[in-house]
Design a protein around this ligand. Structure first.
Ligand code: KG4
Ligand code: ZN
Length: 341
């Protein structure tokens, strides 16, 4: 089954084709992402109305380009999967309207995909993927969650952030130190030349039991350190390193607890912050020490993309799930309400 996937929940237009008859990473016949970063950079964050309008401009050309790259015509598509939420409602509506209408015109089934399930399943698109049960760490710009994955579609929330998401903390901290939007990857790059231990920030909520996170206090600590510093180049790198180490350490401590709680040694990691090199190294080492493993999507599939939506939708469509003719856009949508596969 060849499934066209469409992602338009925020500031990236993503399109992909996933072929379930091939499976594994080779099943990804083509994928393309158009990022709106340049459009929003001057405002220091995503402007929802501009995002929607740009999806309108970019989506159809991107679908044509992706089909060309896959060597397929539109009539070869057996199903359409689109992100229905959570996300910005106007942005979601673009992908939903195009995806659902295309499926209607082609007389093929459509499936409304949960964006976070897309992220969560992305590591399973890679070769040699583990099978559930396992623990998933979802770390994006909007979410920080630890989830016990009992089966595909059966998700039990173990813990989540009480305030900022990990990616949001990266972005806000970067902005505070004068780095351009979106700051997360830039802050991580800067941290590479920082001296470990030069600045030490707290590991929030690790001194008490539980699997929830809080990153907003950490951001304030960094702000105070930055204000009190000489704000020179090396200091900036040192602070970035101190911040990154605090986030990575905190995530690793909670992942270890979650693995203990779920009696598992397999961790899958997804979402934009999953592209962070130090986090990948740290979690890989943690799982290996336990005799298990940590699995990540390739960095390009950590941040928003169409491949994860095509893949998640393909798994559900191949299992016989179908949506009705409604165009679905759900800005808020609890992943625990998803049906099991
Ligand atoms: O999953 P994603 O593309 O979008 C959401 O669904 O939110 O995640 C984007 C987030 C941003 O906050 C970005 O700064 C962060 O992921 N991010 C990173 C890195 N690459 C992306 N944070 C830390 N290190 C990175 N290398
Ligand atoms: Zn995302």
């Amino acid at each position: 089954m060849k499934v066209l996937g469409i992602e338009s929940s925020c500031d990236e237009t993503g399109v992909a084709v996933y072929d379930t008859s091939v499976g594994g990473s080779a099943g990804l016949r083509a994928h393309a992402v158009y990022s709106q970063i340049d459009l929003h950079a001057q405002y220091g964050g995503v402007v929802p109305e501009l995002a929607s309008r740009d999806h309108v401009r970019k989506l159809l050309p991107l679908i044509r380009q992706t089909l060309d790259e896959a060597g397929l015509g539109v009539a070869d598509i057996d199903g359409v999967a689109y992100t229905a939420g959570p996300g910005l409602v106007g942005a979601l509506l673009v992908g939903a309207a195009v995806g659902r209408s295309l499926a209607w015109a082609l007389e093929v089934p459509a499936l409304a995909v949960h964006h976070m399930e897309g992220h969560l399943l992305a590591p399973l698109l890679e070769d040699d993927a583990p099978a559930p049960p396992f623990v998933a760490l979802l770390v994006s710009g909007g979410h920080t969650q630890l989830i016990a994955v009992e089966a595909i579609g059966r998700y039990r929330l173990l813990g989540e952030t009480l305030d900022d998401a990990a990616g949001e903390a990266f972005d806000k901290t970067a902005k505070m130190m004068g780095l351009p939007y979106p700051g997360g990857p830039q802050l991580a790059k800067l941290a590479e030349s920082g001296t470990p231990g030069a600045f030490r920030f707290s590991r929030p909520m690790t001194d008490r039991p539980g699997l929830d996170f809080s990153f907003s206090g950490l951001k304030t600590q960094v702000l105070l350190a930055w204000r009190d510093s000489d704000q020179g180049g090396q200091t900036r790198a040192d602070i970035a390193r101190g911040f990154e180490d605090a986030v990575v350490d905190t995530l690793a401590i909670k992942c270890e607890r979650a693995l203990d709680a779920a009696e598992s040694d397999t961790l899958i990691v997804a979402g934009g912050v999953g592209a962070n090199k130090r986090l990948r190294a740290r979690l890989t080492e943690l799982c290996e020490r336990r005799g298990g493993r940590a699995c990540f999507p390739r960095p390009a599939l950590c941040t928003d993309n169409g491949a994860m939506i095509a893949f998640a939708g393909a798994l559900r469509l191949a299992a016989g799930q179908r949506d009705d003719a409604a165009i679905r856009a759900a800005p808020r949508w609890d992943m625990a309400t998803l049906p099991a596969l």
